[in-house]
Design a protein around this ligand. Sequence first.
Ligand SMILES: C[S@@+](CC[C@H](N)C(=O)[O-])C[C@H]1O[C@@H](n2cnc3c(N)ncnc32)[C@H](O)[C@@H]1O
Length: 311
Amino acid sequence: MWAVVFMWILLPARRAGALAPSLAPSIHSHGACSRQFTRSTLCYNLRQHVNPLASYLQRPIDLPDTWVEDRFEDPTLPFHIDLGCAKGRFCIALGEREAGKVNVLGLELRALAVDIAKRHLERSGAKNVAFLASNVNVDLERILRDIEKVGSVGRVAVQFPDPMFKKRHRKRRIVQPPLVDVIARCTQPGTEIFIQTDVFDVAEEMRHFFRSHPGFEDTHEDNSDWMSHFNPLDLHTERELGAMSRSMPVYRSLLHRVEYDKLGFPMEDWIRTASNESVRTVSHSERTQVVSPNSKYRYLAEKFRAQSDGE
Ligand SMILES: C[S@@+](CC[C@H](N)C(=O)[O-])C[C@H]1O[C@@H](n2cnc3c(N)ncnc32)[C@H](O)[C@@H]1O
C-alpha cells in the first residue's frame, strides 16, 4: 500500500522535473558544463527562456588568458561571432562551409544548450568552431578584446533574438545600447553586423540602435528595405527555417563598423538617450499586416497590440 502511494506521489513529480536537483547547477551555472545527459533529459530540461538579468547570470565568464589560441586551430582567421546561438547548428554548418577561412564562435546564455552544441560539434569535428556559455550582455567586451589580441572580428551576428514582447521585459532583449557600444569600441572598421528576426518591432529596434551609433553604417539607407528575400550569409538558422516554412516575413540588416571619434563621442549620453527611446514608427494596422494569419505569431502580435493599446 505504502509502495503504491510512494509511486503515485514520486513518479509524476519526477517526470515533471521537480525532482531533478542534480541538473539544476548545469542549467543555471554560467560556465560550461560537462555532465552526461540522456536524450530525454536534454529535451526535458532545456528551458525556452532564461532571464539574462537574473543575478546568477551577472557573474563574468571565467576563461584562461589563452582560450582563443586553445580553442581554435588557426586563431588568426577572421571570426564570425554568433550572439544567442542556441544549440549551435548554424555555427557548425557555417564553420564546415568556411573551413580554413573563418572561425565561428557561438555564445549562448543557456549552459545546457551549449552542452548540446558541443555534442554536435564533437560529431562534426570542425576545428574552427567553438561555443561558450556566456551572457553576452556581461561578457562580450572581454571576449571581443581577447579575440582582437590574436585575430580579428569579421562579423557579429544576432539572429532571431528572443523577442520579449512584454514592455517590462524589453530590457532583457539581447541588443541593448551598451552592447552596441561595446561592439563599436572592441572591433575594427570593416567588421560586419548582421541582424535578422521575424518580429518587426525587434528588427526596428535593433537596427535603430546600430544606426544611431556613429560607429556603424547601414549598407541600405532605404528604411523599407529589409532584405526580406535575400540572406547575405546564404545559410539559415533553425529559427529562420521555421519562419520560412511558415511563410513569415524575415527582416534583415547588414551594417558595417566605420571609423568614428571614440574620444569625442559622448557614449554615456547616447546610451542613456537610446535606452529611453521607444521605437514606434509603425502603426498598429501595419504591424498586423506583416503577420501571417495562420501562425502563432498572430496571437503574439494581437497580444502585443492589446498591450500597447493599454499603455
Ligand atoms: C530565439 S533563440 C535563436 C537561436 C538562433 N540564433 C536561431 O536563429 O535559431 C535566441 C537565443 O538567444 C539566447 N540568449 C538570450 N539572451 C542572451 C544573452 N544575454 N546572452 C547569450 N545568449 C542569449 C537564448 O538563450 C536563445 O537560445
